[in-house]
Write a protein that binds this ligand. Sequence first.
Ligand code: PMP
Length: 427
Amino acid sequence: DSLGQDRHPAPAAQTVEPEYDFSQFGEFRRLMSIKEQLNMTGVPNPYFSVHEGTVGDTTLIDGQEMISFASYNYLGLSGHPDVNQFASDAIQKYGTSVSASRLVSGEKPIHGQLEKQIADWIGVEDCILMVGGHATNETTIGHLVGEGDLILHDSLSHNSIVQGALLSGARRRPFPHNDFEALDRVLTETRSQYRRVLIIVEGVYSMDGDFSNVPEFVNVKKRHQALLMVDEAHSFGTMGTTGHGMAEYWDMDAKDVDIWMGTLSKSAASCGGYIAGSHSLVELLRYTAPGFVFSVGMPPAQVGAALGALDVLAREPDRVERLRQRSELFLNLCRDAGLDTGESNQTPVVPVITGNSLVALRLSNRLKADAINVQPILYPAVDESAARLRFFITSEHTEEQIRFTAERVTHHLSELGFQPVSSAASG
Ligand code: PMP
């Protein structure tokens, strides 16, 4: 279907007070106008494409098998037979829902088992699971700080971090991306005005494919007596030689970070989030975090899948090395061809920045004709000058798929009149 011509017919001509009619909301009208503009490009709607099977190195869309660069199945564990088996065993044993908050009768043995495995995997004392990654950030950040406190988060922080900060009622100040020195200066000036200060960074940034210097942030937080939270959504399973994340990558003591957050929806082939850290942090959240206490426990299938993923990963750590090699190959091929890959470095996220939404949209559409599926990221999700295609690499991609894709991207971009940048500038 085309943008603007789908499920939303023009509102019926009747007088309804705008406050009671969603189609009259300013937000709805703005959305329709953006969809209309996209529709006028003549390129099909790139959103909500239906994937008819498991998405690994390939995906099935409209009956056509395509090489996939649009899913977070970094280690190919979603769809892995052992992971499926763990999930179905958990369903057989515990059903499809735990039917209560864990605090009040929703607790199963596998909850604690997975929490212990994640805490050990990261190298901290304890861990707590929550039903969604987004909800984990919202409720944890929203709960641990409040009025009179300060949240300093990276300017490229994920929406769930910003939402949590807004919910908390604390003062919120973004600092320039990855700039621990700027953060240090802000704290030197303002630390004394606040009770608690929470610094929030991500391990790997999912739009740009760069990563944070966690030890430097630890230095800053220690200097100013602040708390440090690291979101490992995209670094859990992908960073460090065996996928243990940022603490392994930086060869640091994981206990130097106060709050490790992660999601199970990416490398762990499941769904849900976790917070890992000290016993006291986890105990506090177990009894008081609203999104945990007043929400159902994680369903058995999800816990089972994550246990299965950790089991396979422990047996097959070479998946992480393969992911690193494939990511590096794709990045180098794109750079050598003069494409703008921004700051991407040593991670499985590689953007190809077109600097123009229409070019990004057209490029993704042309790649579709080559049976390559990749998501365009367009204004207003990013600034117009930062419009891009974003490639998620998986350990399951073959070298042939990677080389073919880099060649097709380069070919189409040149046809679309894109000027290559010098590889020095893109490095
Ligand atoms: N944090 C970051 C950095 C993310 O990228 C995401 C989602 N992509 C989340 C949190 C939320 O995780 P989930 O999708 O598992 O809810």
